[in-house]
Design a protein around this ligand. Structure first.
Ligand SMILES: C[S@@+](CC[C@H](N)C(=O)[O-])C[C@H]1O[C@@H](n2cnc3c(N)ncnc32)[C@H](O)[C@@H]1O
Length: 235
């Protein structure tokens, strides 16, 4: 688990998403749907700022600041115009009462201690602010197939033939991840003091077909392979 792979393979990460444009589009639509009237946004694990750039260009949603541990990814995000501090979600300073939204998009599975980061997010938010936690649930179709690839150590395995995503997530990134169930994330979010949880999801087809067309997000968490949990700091 960690971010070292993202330092070594920063450009591969963007290339994979750009080739996988329908998957990227489905995920961006989900993120955008959770960031309506989001106010001042802090993005944890912002990576190369790829999502943030699309959110700004296509949706007029601007991220005030990012925190990202992989210096090579942070550098790409800066070139895209973001202000980024290099640090992990667990160790970085978020500030106190400075934001209306803290976003964790696709990074919880790389974090050693999500609870610590969520407590920092709570402190960084103004009363009534929201945390948005988005990731692949361990129990989802993608979560299961990623863990199968992890167990066999490659996408080139007979068990994955004919069922893997057409352009699978680079195995270097799979090997560093620890996907959590939605139930585990809910427990961590509630333990940090957040309330009024809502859920939205995308990538609801079998992974082998998710590249075919972009999807609109829908409510809930039981069928999607990319799930957003939004929760609020009480006023
Ligand atoms: C799948 S990428 C997501 C990047 C970006 N949010 C996006 O959606 O394109 C995961 C990111 O989490 C970062 N990461 C790894 N460990 C982390 C940690 N402990 N705290 C915060 N981010 C971390 C990685 O460096 C990487 O940029």
């Amino acid at each position: 688990m960690g971010f070292e792979g993202f330092d070594a393979y920063a450009s591969e990460y963007d290339s994979w998403f750009i080739e996988n444009s329908n998957v990227l589009e489905s995920e961006v639509r989900l993120v955008a749907s959770c960031l309506k009237n989001a106010g001042d946004v802090l993005s944890i694990g912002c990576g190369s700022g790829l999502f943030e750039k699309i959110l700004a260009d296509k949706y007029g949603i601007y991220i005030r600041k990012g925190i990202e541990p992989a210096a090579a990814m942070a550098e790409i995000a800066r070139k895209r115009g973001m202000e980024v501090v290099v640090g992990t979600g667990e160790n970085a300073e978020y500030g106190i009462g400075e934001y209306d939204t803290v976003l964790f998009n696709g990074c919880p599975c790389y974090m050693q201690n999500l609870g610590v980061a969520l407590r920092k997010a709570y402190d960084a938010l103004r009363p009534g602010g929201r945390v948005v936690v988005i990731d692949v649930p361990k129990e989802s179709a993608y979560g299961l197939i990623y863990n199968l690839a992890l167990a066999v150590g490659t996408w080139e395995h007979p068990l994955l033939e004919g069922c893997a995503p057409l352009m699978p997530y680079p195995i270097e990134f799979v090997k560093q991840a620890n996907w959590r169930t939605t139930a585990e994330k809910i427990a961590a979010i509630e333990d940090a003091g957040f309330a009024n949880l809502t859920f939205a999801q995308t990538l609801t087809t079998a992974p082998h077909y998710s590249h075919e067309e972009p999807e609109e997000p829908c409510e809930g968490f039981r069928k999607g392979s990319y799930v957003a949990i939004t929760a609020y700091k009480p006023k």
